[in-house]
Design a protein. Structure first.
Length: 151
């Protein structure tokens, strides 16, 4: 077992909190020392109470799924004897309302572009199988009810 932590820090910087006129910008602090600016999505909370430069929770969630899938994909590709030269993903998420009318990210679409090296090149079927194996082993995908698709 392992434990993972993150600290979220926000401070009120104005007199209008109770009027809902306050910045939602915050910082995300990770155990390795990385500090990332955070904000709600400007699509949900308009400026000046948000900042498009900050990572919003929806983006962080999609990035976590994408990164976990990539890390497992690299692992299973290596196990299969395939040399991965690069892996890029333009992942996206779809926010919809559930049966109770509550917003949730119902679907994440991963769009990996993989460059292969070496003499052993995978077939399309082998790449699909590697993605399947990666998805089965991804800790994040195993922790969520959101549908994750690879295109």
């Amino acid at each position: 077992m392992s434990k993972h932590t993150a600290a979220i820090r926000w401070k009120n910087k104005g007199p209008d909190f109770l009027a809902r006129r306050y910045s939602r910008e915050h910082t995300l602090h990770f155990d390795g020392g990385a500090v990332v600016p955070g904000s709600p999505s400007p699509q949900i909370v308009p400026a000046p109470w948000s900042s498009p430069a900050g990572v919003d929770p929806e983006e962080a969630f999609i990035a976590a799924v994408s990164a976990c899938h990539m890390l497992w994909f690299l692992h299973v590709a290596c196990d299969a004897g395939f040399l991965v030269e690069s892996y890029e993903d333009e992942a996206g998420g779809l926010m919809t309302k559930n049966g109770r009318g509550v917003l949730w990210i119902s679907q994440i679409i991963l769009r990996p572009k993989i460059a292969w090296g070496g003499d052993k090149q995978p077939t399309t079927e082998e790449v699909d199988h590697l993605h399947h194996l990666a998805h089965e082993q991804c800790f994040i995908a195993n922790s969520i009810k959101t549908e994750v698709r690879v295109e």
